[in-house]
Design a protein around this ligand. Sequence first.
Ligand SMILES: *Cc1c(COP(=O)(O)O)cnc(C)c1O
Length: 412
Amino acid sequence: MPKNRPNPSALRYLWQERRTSTIGIDQSGVWRFRDLLPIVPHDRVVTLREGNTPLYEMPKSAAALGLNWLLAKHQGMNPTGSFKDTGMTAALSVAVASGFEWVACASTGNTSAAMAAYAARAGLRSMVLIPEGKIAWGKLSQAMDYGSTTIQLRTDFDGCVRVLSEIVQRAPVYLLNSVNPYRLEGQKTPAFEILEQCEWQVPHHVIVPGGNLANCSALGKGFAEMMHLGFIHRVPKISVIQAEGANPLYQSMQANGGASLEPVTANTRASAIQIGNPASWKKAVKILVSTGGWCEQVSEREIALAKAEIGAEGIGCEPASAVTLAGLKKLVADGRVGKEETAVLLLTGHTLKDSEYTIKYHLGELLTEAEMGSAEDRAQLNGLRHAPIVLDADADAVLRAIDSQARSAMPA
Ligand SMILES: *Cc1c(COP(=O)(O)O)cnc(C)c1O
């Protein structure tokens, strides 16, 4: 942090100006905020022009919820398709400046994709530890494509973390896990962008998926800094949404207001948040308490439905990101989010990260009978399914198919 208190209006102007520059660090949506990043020097920054992601309106979801307004900050529109890029550009630059040859992480998939890409750009070697069979193909393919040494361990994410912590004790490897403080610095910048994109009108709510719980903490830090520096006069309520099968923070908040956390064995199809022993849970509790947000949990059915609804907006996201809309429904239903209030959903990953999930949903093969719930729930899920139609190579057959689609109601 600079010693002299920066002038907010001068910085707001500078940050916008940099976007039109031809210099890499100016074009990055992380490094254009470098005045507030405690990372120097800037001459060897590793950037793929991350950040500067869109803030989309979600008119269909807003109408369905009776809200005036609903926004989605799509962090899946980053270079490797998830918000992890914003943290990785910062931490990888530190690894380079510190002279490391190897970087490593344990990952549910997106961290490994981001680390592999940035390490390749920097000319460093990278090693990822991922749980065998528990990450989405899109993410695994990225780690290999960017040339990482990809090691699948016969354990879960939490087991990968345990093994990696031993490795870094025994070998000179730079650890890029989400507790890395520089990752948090990079991941706070979407908070600045949200404010910029809302013309410095502070949204009432920001809703974030919760896995290892670093991202909600980083965003909370970003908003808090904006307030302390006088850019804004209040912060949004930050709420964290977990999958029912990976809900240690939810359970902790219910049991004792976040005083202690009992790890769980995590089980959800939203693989990016399949984490039972989150590293940053204490920070997350502080953010929930200090901003007045809530922690909610959502079922596999609720996640699948919300993901289809986000797809139907023409946006799409990976399953873990869809918990935000599913959670918002609960917050609206019991009046915690008001109809007049502005909520921003943080969509953390791109829809192509886990196309297997999407295809299974549309073929009706995703959920078990028990998960699909009541007849009404099932009808709602089926209403958004668009399985491919297989026909002979015949124009009449195609036209008949279009006609019958036109007769059925417009998709929601
Ligand atoms: C990493 C990740 C999360 C979880 O973020 P945490 O900081 O671990 O809570 C959510 N969604 C996606 C797509 C991710 O890649």
